[in-house]
Design a protein around this ligand. Structure first.
Ligand SMILES: [Zn+2]
Length: 205
């Protein structure tokens, strides 16, 4: 998703759970995942190129860092790891066909009803994510060349599949709603596994 959308979703999902200084650091770490150095060769961070298992492993790994950081003095690295984790969790809905599969399964339900953790879709062999085809997928990001790139790119490309912005149509609302809910869900997972002392340190309230 576009960086300002990541930020908006973070505030929506987490502002009531963290101190303002914690929230700003978590958001900065989330935004940093879209820096160029975290784009190239890091499919797992954005669930690109069918890196579904690697993306899920990355999320678990960052959750592990949150725990490890909270067991040691200081809290900064816990916030940074949680910012990284949430970025990937959010990109899952804009870079895979999870939303298309969910809408197919629930044709009458609205974006507000979206379930971000449907176990059946997680396990579906149909679940895949957009492939990056260089250099055409790079040309897609240059607005005057977008049409040209789309005409040449296959349907399983990032350019055709992404739900990164409202310009992508109706499905974007579902992806955004799912990403906000998933962000809250990731916080709830930590709420369950952290001791009260660790949680107090983490939320910084
Ligand atoms: Zn990303």
């Amino acid at each position: 998703m576009l960086v300002p959308i990541h930020e908006e979703m973070m505030r929506e999902a987490l502002a009531s759970h963290f101190s303002p200084r914690a929230l700003e650091i978590i958001i900065a770490a989330n935004r940093k995942q879209d820096a160029l150095s975290n784009q190239i060769g890091h499919d797992e961070i954005h669930f690109d190129n069918n890196a579904i298992d690697a993306g899920n492993r990355y999320i678990k790994e960052q959750r592990g860092y949150v725990l490890a950081a909270l067991l040691s003095p200081g809290v900064l690295s816990a916030w940074i790891a949680f910012g990284r984790l949430t970025h990937s969790a959010q990109d899952f809905y804009s870079h895979t066909n999870y939303i298309a599969l969910w809408m197919e399964k629930n044709p009458r339900l609205s974006a507000l009803d979206v379930n971000p953790v449907d176990a059946e879709i997680f396990a579906s062999p149909k679940l895949h994510s957009g492939k990056i085809y260089f250099p055409l997928d790079a040309l897609y990001f240059i607005p005057p060349l977008r049409k040209f790139a789309l005409a040449l790119l296959p349907r399983d490309s990032h350019a055709w599949m992404n739900l990164d912005s409202p310009k992508q149509g109706e499905r974007f609302e579902y992806a955004r709603a799912a990403a906000v809910k998933r962000t809250q869900h990731e916080f709830e997972i930590l709420q369950k596994i952290l001791t009260p002392e660790m949680l107090a340190k983490f939320v910084d309230l």
